[in-house]
Design a protein around this ligand. Structure first.
Ligand SMILES: *[C@@H]1O[C@H](CO)[C@@H](O)[C@H](O)[C@H]1NC(C)=O
Ligand SMILES: *[C@@H]1O[C@H](CO)[C@@H](O)[C@H](O)[C@H]1NC(C)=O
Length: 363
């Protein structure tokens, strides 16, 4: 209801901006293209969202390998977080509440009784400011900025947030996120929520892709996909991707978060030292020959197999169905604010949260 005028205003701003920087000090929504040779990435400042990733395959055929929509309006009304930068706290917070330094905070409930991806208007549902944009040259990049205010969706304190998307030859996409707590301690957990289908968006399911996850442990969940608090070995479970395995090989053994739905929606504890950039995952699509290698510095990675996609109208007339893509969202552990044994996500005034991801594509 109250959203309709906002939506309209954004669509008008979008048409007027058409990719150019903001003219009269207003935040215009546009789509910005980064291009390095025949590798290109589209980004919009609506939700700091990746709208396209285009590259060739082994036969020289080009495809856009991420799910998304043809218009900004699609992202505004979409429910799947395609390509978005999610925060202030990605993933779930149980019962939409946490206690920090003795004070209880109550958040917006947008996932049953829980908070998901920062609430009903998290960082994926706001307009970011374009700070810098260099579309071409050796290392094209865009830097987006968002000021999150004290109390936004219930979170404490002002927070300055930046994300930079940068291309490097050959076929490398770097993502740098940082956030500075201005005046209060707050949990921060940003995640990049791109849906990958290396065969091309809308080309069918990813069940025959092979995935390798450099993670010996995962965080089992109970009802509502909330972690039990355990950090359990993957050995001997269908969650074990230490050796490359087809996405679909054991997917029917994994509950997808709702009765009758199968699939991965699982946080893995990435092996090695959090804070250091280390290899997180490798995905290969045999049919196209495309592969993706992901490096990051976060404690965890959410492996999600698009379990809830159903009849979603996407780009170029494609319709997305269950398992039509997979997500690899590096992150802190879900609901860490309510689990003292999980790595802390608290950022205190003057401290800086830093999250780096590197995607290396080959074909
Ligand atoms: C939310 O919490 C209330 C009160 O505890 C409970 O009755 C209700 O079943 C919960 N809803 C869900 C979806 O878990
Ligand atoms: C955060 O990222 C922005 C953009 O990349 C950069 O200009 C800024 O220096 C970074 N801030 C910190 C504290 O690292």
């Amino acid at each position: 209801m109250a959203r309709a005028p906002l939506l309209l205003a954004l669509l008008c701003a979008c048409a007027a901006a058409a990719g150019s920087a903001n003219a009269a000090g207003r935040k215009m929504v546009g789509v910005y293209e980064l291009k390095a040779g025949d590798f290109s990435v589209g980004v919009t400042n609506w939700g700091a969202t990746i709208t396209s990733v285009v590259l060739p395959d082994s036969k020289g055929d080009f495809a856009d390998v991420v799910l998304g929509y043809d218009t900004i309006g699609g992202y505004v009304s979409g429910k799947s977080y395609f390509g978005a930068l999610v925060g202030r706290v990605a993933n779930r917070i149980a019962n939409a509440r946490f206690v920090l330094d003795g004070k209880a905070y109550h958040l917006f409930k947008n996932d049953g009784n829980n908070t998901l991806h920062g609430g009903h208007r998290g960082f994926s549902q706001v307009v970011w400011t374009v700070k810098e944009f260099v579309g071409g040259g050796d290392s094209p990049y865009i830097t987006l900025y968002y000021h999150s205010f004290d109390g936004e969706q219930g979170f404490p304190g002002d927070l300055d947030v930046y994300v930079t998307y940068q291309l490097a030859a050959p076929y490398v996409l770097r993502v740098h996120m940082n956030a500075t707590a201005v005046n209060k301690a707050t949990p921060v957990n940003l995640a990049q929520h791109t849906y990958w289908n290396l065969g091309g968006q809308g080309s069918g399911d990813v069940l025959r892709n092979t995935v390798q996850l450099f993670a010996s442990r995962y965080t089992p969940v109970g009802g509502g996909l909330i972690p039990t608090g355990a950090v359990a070995p993957v050995a001997g479970t269908p969650y074990d991707f230490l050796a490359p395995a087809a996405v679909g090989s054991r997917i029917r053994q994994v509950s997808g978060g709702k009765a009758g739905v199968y699939g991965y929606d699982t946080n893995y504890a990435v092996d090695g030292e959090p804070g250091a950039l280390r290899k997180v995952a490798v995905v290969r699509d045999g049919a196209s020959g495309r592969a993706l290698e992901l490096w990051a510095n976060q404690p965890g990675v959410q492996f999600y197999t698009g379990n809830f996609l159903q009849d979603v109208k996407g780009k170029g007339g494609k319709v997305y169905q269950q398992y039509g893509a997979l997500c690899l969202e590096t992150q802190g552990f879900p609901d860490a604010v309510n689990h003292p044994n999980f790595p802390s996500q608290i950022v205190r005034p003057g401290q800086v949260y830093k999250h780096d991801m590197v995607f290396k594509f080959s074909f």
